[in-house]
Each structure stands twice: as C-alpha cells, then as structure tokens.
Design a protein around this ligand. Structure first.
Ligand code: NAD
Ligand code: UDP
Length: 312
C-alpha cells in the first residue's frame, strides 16, 4: 500500500537520496526544508513526480500534516555549517525533535531520527558499540551538534517511554556520495573538489586520524530497513561501513582515482576533532539483516564522476 511519508531536511544530501528511493518504492513523499544547507537543485528532478511535494519550512516551528511515517533529517551536518550559527544548530536538533515528535504522537506516525556517530564524541571505546555512552566535550565547538543530537535522542526515547510513540534511532557514520555540497568542508567532498581543480589537498593534523566511510546507497537501505522494524525495536543502531581509513590514505586514493597532480599539504587540526571512528555493526546485522555492500574505491569512483559534472 502507498504510504505517505514526511522527510525533513529532504532537500539536503542524504534527504534527496531518501526522497528519491521512497518515491521509487511507490510511496507519496512530502519533502520539508528551509534550504539552509540543502538546495532545490537536489530535488528538482522529482518536482514533476505526481506523488512528490516540496515545502519550505523551518523545523524549529510547529508543522502539521497527516502522514504514516516521518524521517527527521533536518540539521546541518558539516562542521563549518553547524558551527556557523551554533545556537540555531541546537534549536534545529532540539526544537525540531520536539515539533516532529509532537506531530508523530498526535497523528500516530512512526518516526525515525537521523542521529550520528558524533554522539560518541572522541571515543575511548573502539570500534563504537551502541551501549557506549560517549566522550563529548559539552562546551567545545562541536558541542552544538553533538549535544543537540544527544538531546534529540533523549527526547525520542522519552516520547517512546511516556507516550508509546513508535520511534527509531539510527546513528549514522560518515557518509559520502553524489549531491554532497562541494563547499561544505567535509573531507571527501573537499579532497575530490581539490583534486579535480589540481589544487593542494588539505589534510588537517598529521592525517593519521581515522574515519569509516559509507556510500550513500548503503545508508538509505539501512534507514528503510530500520523504519520497517516493529514497535519493539527502537535502536539506537549504528549504520556505517566498518572499513576504517586514515585521512592520509583517503587523500592518496582520491589522488590516484582522479589522476590529478595535486600535492598534499598539512594544516592545523580543528579543536575536538575525533582521532578515530569505526562502527560496530553487529546490532544492525542481527536486527536489520543489513550490512554495507559498497567498498570505498567503488563509492569514490561514483562520487568523483558526479563531481566532474559540477566542478569546473
Ligand atoms: P545536509 O546539510 O546536506 O542536509 C541537511 C538538510 O536539513 C538541508 O537540506 C538543510 O537545508 C536542512 N535543514 C537544516 N536546518 C533546518 C531547519 N531548521 N528546518 C528545516 N530544514 C533544515 O546534511 P546531510 O549530510 O544530508 O545530513 C542529513 C542528516 O543526517 C542530518 O541530520 C545529519 O546530522 C545526519 N547525519 C549525516 C551524516 C553524514 O555523514 N552525511 C552523518 C551523521 C548524521
Ligand atoms: N579533514 C581534513 N581535510 C579537510 C577536511 C577535513 O583533513 O579538508 C579531516 C577532519 O579534520 C577530520 C576528518 O577529515 O579529521 C573528517 O572530517 P569531516 O568534516 O568530513 O567529518 P567529521 O569530522 O565530522 O567526521
């Protein structure tokens, strides 16, 4: 049966892929966005679809609609964007969660929160399991994002405990792919754009910090599988690719795959930048029968192809 689904932050990088997939699966999609970091361009190809609707709205304000499911993705995700207006970032996570949970409660919709590996902060447990409480600096420059997302998780579990709202929490690890904003400062897009323009590749710190990169299609599969679980499973569940790389390894791969002439240069490491990050995905395997399928080089190749069409 055709479901009616609300996607907040639907004009962003991940949201646009999710809207596309939900429409392809035969659903009706309402995409809500304030275009802070997302763009109409990301969903322009969906505008003529008879079951797609695009609404400009800020999630810090209440919103009413009747839908079966809500995917709550609205929130800037790259450090330069979420630090640009830190107070607004907290409001988006916290008030956005309150508004969307209130809506879910009232209309009895299922609701999924796009949480993040950042709730683990600079982790002392490696790889990160869902039972780890994290190591976050509450007054640091990343706190507006990390603590906002942690508070949103708290709101989600309490709407479940107190009001029996059918909630789902996924903790997303670094995800990349087509439609990342070329200038949002995230490492994969930065390195690819720099390589395609034969500019220096900027490694922050010594390049030995690690991240585990997941291709967007794998994440979208995980999100949809999570939404399909019953009321007895709320998460949080890690959704990420456990293959871990240093930033130096990533830079070398991008240089090789683009065939560019860029040099690597080293710049200062930003404050509170986590040293390592790798998901333990046993829970996702067990509960969702999900694991990522796309290896880094394959995903980078597709992403580079996309950036060749947007970077001049
Ligand atoms: P993005 O910046 O491309 O998308 C976020 C979208 O939310 C944008 O379209 C933006 O305009 C919109 N938005 C921001 N504030 C809003 C507000 N107040 N009201 C309405 N819309 C608003 O980032 P993304 O990578 O697509 O991330 C989507 C979600 O996934 C975010 O919640 C992010 O925290 C989470 N996430 C992403 C990653 C990743 O690696 N990409 C990792 C962990 C978590
Ligand atoms: N980074 C880098 N060069 C860049 C952009 C980022 O070396 O041009 C580093 C950054 O310091 C961090 C890692 O790459 O250690 C991942 O950064 P990103 O902002 O993509 O994600 P996050 O830190 O939120 O995981």
């Amino acid at each position: 049966m055709r479901k009616k689904i609300l996607v907040t932050g639907g004009a962003g990088f991940l949201g646009s892929h999710l809207c596309e997939r939900l429409l392809n699966d035969g659903n009706e999609v309402v995409c809500l966005d304030n275009y802070f970091t997302g763009q109409k361009q990301n969903v322009v190809h969906l505008l003529n679809h008879p079951y797609f609707e695009l609404i400009r709205h800020d999630v810090t304000m209440p919103f009413f609609i009747e839908v079966d499911e809500i995917y709550n993705l609205a929130c800037p995700a790259s450090p330069i964007h979420y630090q640009y207006n830190a107070i607004k970032t907290v409001k988006t996570s916290v008030m956005g969660a309150i508004n969307m949970l209130g809506l879910a409660k009232r209309i009895r919709a299922k609701i999924l929160q796009a949480s993040t590996s950042e709730v683990y902060g600079d982790p002392e447990v490696h790889p990160q399991v869902e039972s780890y409480w994290g190591h976050v600096n509450p007054i640091g420059i990343r706190a507006c994002y990390d603590e906002g997302k942690r508070c949103a998780e708290t709101l989600f579990v309490n709407y479940h405990r107190q009001n029996n709202v059918n909630i789902k929490i996924i903790r997303i690890f670094n995800t990349y792919g087509p439609r990342m904003h070329p200038h949002d400062g995230r490492v994969v897009s930065n390195f690819i754009v720099q390589a395609l323009q034969n500019q220096d590749i900027t490694i922050f710190g010594d390049g030995m910090q690690t991240r585990s990169f997941q291709y967007v299609d794998d994440l979208i599969n995980g999100m949809i599988k999570m939404m399909a679980t019953g009321n007895d499973f709320t998460g949080p569940v890690n959704i990420g690719n456990p293959n871990e790389f240093t930033m130096l390894e990533l830079a070398e791969k991008v240089i090789r795959l683009t065939g560019c002439k860029s040099k690597i240069i080293f710049e200062p490491l930003p404050a509170d930048d986590p040293m390592q990050r790798q998901p333990n995905i046993s829970l996702a395997k067990e509960k969702l029968n999900w694991e990522p399928k796309i290896e880094l080089e394959e995903g980078l190749t597709k992403t580079i192809e996309y950036f060749r069409t947007v970077v001049k």
